[in-house]
Write a protein that binds this ligand. Structure first.
Ligand SMILES: NC(=O)c1ccc[n+]([C@@H]2O[C@H](COP(=O)([O-])OP(=O)(O)OC[C@H]3O[C@@H](n4cnc5c(N)ncnc54)[C@H](O)[C@@H]3O)[C@@H](O)[C@H]2O)c1
Length: 271
């Protein structure tokens, strides 16, 4: 693998808000955004975790519950009071344990779980985009980066609420881009495959599971930083022509249906 990139000034002086910045992909996004010159706001339901990451980044920690409109509005108001604008949003907030432990195929899915996942993933995205988007429209610039998943693009048994909610995030990305980009606000989504984050370790620590997950990708299992690097680009002015994009960042997960080279096997069979 290539060495990880060192510091750039891609986000110099930009005000970047990262929801879910207390852990995993969001925390990686906060660290890399700070590395690349941004002033970072780490917004998370877990304020202690947000404070830890913000301290590493020289940034600000704020509490937010993305399910709650008033909480999102208070978070955005606090950012504006301190910084006056928001240039980039990386929205990652999500409860991975809720999905990993409770989601089911549709026939066994409790209605309460469906509602919890739709509220957190889809309505949470609506709240954050609505209030950050209003501020970006006032500024007539800004870049919103959402975190979808490869599971929104490909079938995944047993995740019928999560895939529905993230499929909604993918659809919103395009319609919000169409609505907001003419006034200077870009909107894109990243679709990660299986990422080595704290809550996914329970799978990766089981050798048989790790082997099966590795077999679903073309490259080694990606880190949170691998996903966050793409968000950095999309929030930067280098990504100024990117909008309405749904970007796979998945080590090839969505690119192939099998690793078997059928032509090669066929030719070998003939010789
Ligand atoms: N990890 C993966 O394999 C993977 C794969 C594809 C997509 N994703 C997506 O990437 C994003 C980040 O995943 P992760 O693995 O880094 O998660 P994580 O659990 O490590 O971090 C998520 C953060 O969101 C916060 N959060 C939870 N509920 C919240 C709420 N209501 N309001 C505000 N913050 C809240 C948590 O406190 C936590 O700090 C999620 O949207 C997830 O769906 C992850």
């Amino acid at each position: 693998m290539v060495e990880r990139a060192t510091m750039t000034n891609l986000l110099a002086e930009k005000i970047v808000v990262i929801t879910g910045g207390g852990s995993g992909i969001g925390a990686a996004g906060a660290r890399l955004a700070a590395r690349d010159g941004a002033r970072v706001v780490v917004a998370d339901l877990a304020l202690d975790a947000a404070e830890g990451v913000a301290a590493e980044c020289g940034g600000q920690a704020l509490p937010v519950d993305v399910r709650d409109s008033a909480s999102v509005q208070a978070m955005v108001a606090a950012v504006i009071a301190r910084h006056g604008r928001i240039d980039g949003l990386f929205h990652t907030a999500m409860s991975v344990p809720l999905v990993n432990k409770s989601d089911r195929r549709v026939t066994e899915l409790p209605e309460s779980v469906w509602e919890s996942i739709i509220s957190l993933v889809l309505t949470g995205t609506f709240h954050v985009c609505k209030y950050v988007g209003q501020q970006m429209l006032k500024q007539r610039h800004g870049s919103i980066v959402l975190t979808a998943t490869s599971d929104a693009l490909l079938g995944q048994a047993g995740l019928d609420a999560y895939t529905a909610a993230k499929g909604g995030v993918v659809s919103m990305t395009r319609s919000m881009a169409a609505g907001l980009s003419p006034e200077g606000v870009r909107v894109n989504s990243i679709c990660p495959g299986f990422v080595d984050t704290p809550h996914q370790r329970e799978f990766l620590d089981v050798p048989e599971m790790r082997a099966r997950i590795e077999g679903m990708h073309l490259m080694p299992i990606m880190t949170a930083e691998d996903v966050a690097e793409m968000a950095i680009f999309l929030m930067s002015d280098r990504g100024r022509y990117q909008t309405g994009g749904i970007y796979a960042c998945d080590g090839g997960y969505s690119a192939f249906k099998g690793k078997l080279d059928v032509v090669e096997v066929f030719d070998r069979g003939k010789s």
